[in-house]
Design a protein around this ligand. Structure first.
Ligand SMILES: Cc1cc2nc3c(=O)[nH]c(=O)nc-3n(C[C@H](O)[C@H](O)[C@H](O)COP(=O)(O)OP(=O)(O)OC[C@H]3O[C@@H](n4cnc5c(N)ncnc54)[C@H](O)[C@@H]3O)c2cc1C
Length: 368
């Protein structure tokens, strides 16, 4: 964590150099905002799509190297196995998802950056392909797994709306900077939210946690939402939701200011639910979102199998039992841009690596 704090400033410089359009103040300096569990504004952001913009920056830098012939991509491959030779990770076996063929690739080391395992829950906010298959296969080959129960339940997801759904959509935590979370004081109150007068609303996070208010850490907000629903004070057609209301922020700052900050999220919400969050409060409910647990790694991001390095959400480093907002991207970028390039080089330079090729029996066995 100390090292992460040290390198985090470089991440911003690196990403700005790649062209990531971080939000800026009027004078041109980087703007920042608050996130759950933090009582100061210290998070750099790119509207409501920081992750997407960071990804575009990383992709464009990667494709530049591909064009120069420095990197060769093998897209549309699913990793099926880790190949371990003489106790060291020396390659992988994959399925070509276009042709169905099984292929192996050898190397001096293997880097795994295959994301978390939030999809072990039936509905989560994760992409369906972030499915834990790769970390599981490495675990079966002997890599230790740490803290598997550390799953983050994010408080602001669009509630389940039917049985046909295969995933859930996240509404960014940044919305809690301006949105106020509430439920009706009365149990089973089915009035539309705008007809419930102020004195009959329970802004329960502000009431219970006056210092953090709506920006309590994620686990606290999630647990409190569930308590309200269990008490029979949930809202919406299923009763499994609470309100996130922008009425006061719009009154205070104006619709334009809110649209500038969160316009894309509001649009996404309206497309999914058919409700306009400028007019009626959003409905939100907690859902599985991120996994702090993962493959065990040492300070060099190396797993218990020498030569297998694990980066990003796939490893267990940094976040303890409760990750705070924005720090997943920070950790993934620090791992990839500023830690692995040094620790991997050190491993290769200081390790005796036998010459191997794909005719090795371990590759043959892995393909079978
Ligand atoms: C909706 C949403 C919003 C988020 N917003 C934020 C935010 O605002 N700030 C923040 O800090 N964090 C945020 N997070 C968390 C953060 O985005 C993730 O933790 C981060 O993207 C993980 O990056 P990664 O590169 O480790 O893994 P991923 O981005 O999950 O990438 C893993 C890749 O590996 C592939 N893969 C998996 N298994 C295999 C296999 N067997 N073979 C081949 N490929 C495989 C997957 O298809 C995927 O492409 C958000 C997460 C979600 C889901």
């Amino acid at each position: 964590v100390y090292r992460l704090a040290q390198v985090s400033n470089h991440i911003i410089d690196q990403c700005v150099a790649q062209g990531v359009p971080f939000a800026r103040e009027y004078g041109g300096l980087l703007a920042n905002r608050s996130f759950g569990g933090a009582q100061v504004s210290r998070t750099f952001y790119a509207r409501g799509q920081t992750g997407q913009q960071l990804l575009l920056g990383a992709y464009s830098a990667l494709m530049r190297q591909v064009a120069r012939g420095q990197v060769k991509l093998f897209p549309r491959r699913e990793m099926l196995d880790l190949v371990v030779i003489n106790g060291k990770a020396r390659g992988i076996t994959v399925r070509n998802l276009i042709t169905g063929e099984i292929e192996s690739h050898e190397g001096d080391a293997v880097i795994l950056a295959t994301g978390g395992y939030g999809n072990v829950f039936y509905l989560s906010t994760n992409a369906k392909n972030s499915n834990a298959t790769a970390v599981w296969r490495c675990h079966k080959k002997g890599a230790f797994f740490a803290n598997p129960c550390f799953t983050q339940i994010h408080p602001t997801c669009i509630p389940v709306s039917g049985e046909y759904q295969s995933k859930l959509t996240l509404m960014s935590e940044s919305l809690r900077n301006d949105g106020r979370v509430w439920v009706p004081k009365k149990k089973g109150d089915t009035r539309p939210p705008n007809e419930i007068p102020e004195e009959e609303r329970d802004y329960y996070l502000e009431r219970i946690y006056p210092s953090f208010g709506n920006l309590v850490p994620r686990d606290v907000a999630s647990r409190q939402a569930k308590f309200r629903v269990d008490e029979g004070r949930g809202v919406g057609p299923t009763g499994h939701a609470v309100y996130l209301d922008f009425r006061d922020a719009i009154k205070r700052l104006g619709k334009k200011a809110i649209a500038e900050k969160y316009g894309n999220l509001f649009q996404m919400y309206e497309k999914i639910t058919g409700e306009n969050p400028y007019e009626v409060p959003m409905r939100i409910y907690p859902a599985s979102h991120y996994t702090m647990g993962g493959l065990w790694v040492d300070y060099n991001l190396q797993s218990t199998i020498p030569g297998l390095f694990v980066l990003g959400e796939a490893n267990f480093s940094d976040h303890g039992a409760n990750r705070l907002g924005a720090s997943a991207l920070m950790q993934g970028l620090a791992d990839g841009y500023f830690i692995a390039p040094y620790t991997l080089g050190n491993y290769i330079a200081s390790t005796d690596l036998d010459k191997i090729d794909l005719s090795h029996s371990e590759f043959q066995g892995s393909q079978e």
